[in-house]
Design a protein around this ligand. Structure first.
Ligand SMILES: Cc1cc2nc3c(=O)[nH]c(=O)nc-3n(C[C@H](O)[C@H](O)[C@H](O)COP(=O)(O)OP(=O)(O)OC[C@H]3O[C@@H](n4cnc5c(N)ncnc54)[C@H](O)[C@@H]3O)c2cc1C
Length: 348
């Protein structure tokens, strides 16, 4: 018997979809990804992007507070003992995701710790193949495979992640360590300008590091950067090394020149990447309509429909604009409701 709904992905979008689908008695089967070195290096281990973060201060319902007793009572003992000690600063990313996963499991979601590597949408039921070579069939499918932030690939970047290195200005910019301090943003597109502008509300100065002598951003956005007195653009520069130490995390940055100038060191408490994201959609190429940037294309406003009837998309895999946990969870809920209504209309 085919499944009624299969969910692929284990970030806020996948778990929200699972909670709604399970409560609608669709008995969802969810693939959360495989625990492999390849996924670790790519930043796509089960539980998704937020599990790579520490404090999450903007997910509604989790103010700063001691959640220890709640976590002890909510999370299965075996998994709880594997989690880092709670830091009394509200929910951390991993804590939030464990809670979402547990909530989905409590309502009967069956969870498979494996990657989906191939899909066959040529007929219904749809067929998915996992990295272990197993095949499963489903009447409806929700893709919530997320995206991953692009990094430069420097060892120092890896070392200071969560200690000053961040790939999400909106998520981390307001943290105390960045207040009234010099910050660095790498990138030259619209997102880099938007993130620099946002960070300038908190920082003493924002250095935008750009490899060329002209921003890639649209004219209006480039003007916004130029007009902001707190943004200083470092033209023709590339990052050589992020400077820091174990105690303080990031303390500065060393820049090389693309125009033959001497290297330059700047003091900074934060290093923000704004060089794009890669959606986790490679296994969907040619199977479903993707945008130019390889995000899944939503075909109808305010619906999670895709170009394949019966396949729904949620979260960052389809959203290159908002990219927040709460929006991912929101579209996960929408995808489950869309799938439920579609199955009902088809009598499946
Ligand atoms: C460092 C950092 C800090 C952040 N901080 C915040 C914050 O404070 N607040 C906030 O709102 N947002 C924050 N964000 C953004 C937020 O994490 C994302 O918007 C959100 O996680 C997107 O959720 P998602 O469900 O779409 O997918 P993701 O979180 O991207 O998770 C999808 C996961 O599905 C799994 N998967 C992928 N492909 C497959 C496959 N083929 N088969 C099986 N499983 C698969 C992988 O484990 C993948 O990681 C942060 C992001 C980063 C990188």
């Amino acid at each position: 018997m085919p499944e009624r709904v299969i969910i692929i992905g284990s970030g806020p979008a996948g778990w929200a979809a699972a909670i709604y689908a399970a409560r609608a008695a669709l008995e969802p089967l969810l693939f959360e990804g495989a625990i492999t070195e390849e996924n670790r290096l790519a930043g796509t281990l089960p539980l998704g992007q937020l599990a790579l973060s520490t404090e999450v201060e903007n997910y509604p319902g989790f103010p700063v507070g001691d959640l220890e007793a709640y976590l002890d009572s909510a999370i299965e003992k075996g998994r709880r003992s594997m989690m880092a000690p709670h830091n009394k600063e509200g929910a951390s990313g991993p804590e939030l995701l464990e809670l979402m996963r547990q909530q989905a499991a409590n309502f009967g979601t069956r969870i498979v710790t494996d990657d989906v590597t191939d899909v066959d949408f040529s007929g219904r039921p749809f067929r998915v193949t996992t990295s272990e070579g197993k095949q499963h069939e489903a009447q409806a499918l929700i893709v919530a495979t997320g995206a991953r932030a692009n990094y430069l690939g420097l060892p120092s970047e890896e070392k200071y992640k969560n200690q000053g290195v961040s790939a999400c200005a909106v998520c981390d910019g307001a943290l105390p360590r960045f207040r009234n301090r010099p910050l660095v943003v790498v990138g030259g597109g619209d997102s880099a300008v938007e993130e620099s502008d946002y960070l300038s509300k908190f920082a003493s100065v924002v250095y935008m590091v750009h490899r060329r002598d002209e921003l890639r951003a649209s004219k209006i956005m480039a003007k916004r950067a130029m007009d902001n007195p707190k943004i200083e653009i470092q033209w023709n520069r590339v990052v050589d090394e992020i400077l820091g130490n174990d105690q303080d995390g990031v303390t500065g940055v060393r820049l090389n020149s693309t125009a033959g100038e001497d290297p330059l060191e700047l003091e900074a408490s934060g290093f923000f990447l704004s060089i794009g994201h890669t959606p986790n959609t490679a296994f969907l190429e040619g199977k479903i309509e993707l945008t130019e940037k390889k995000y899944i294309k939503w075909t109808t406003p305010w619906r999670t429909y895709t170009s394949v009837e019966g396949v729904f998309a949620a979260g960052d895999a389809a959203d290159d604009y908002y990219r927040q946990a709460v929006t991912a969870a929101g579209t996960g809920c929408m995808a489950a409701l869309d799938a439920e209504r579609w199955l009902a209309a088809k009598g499946l």
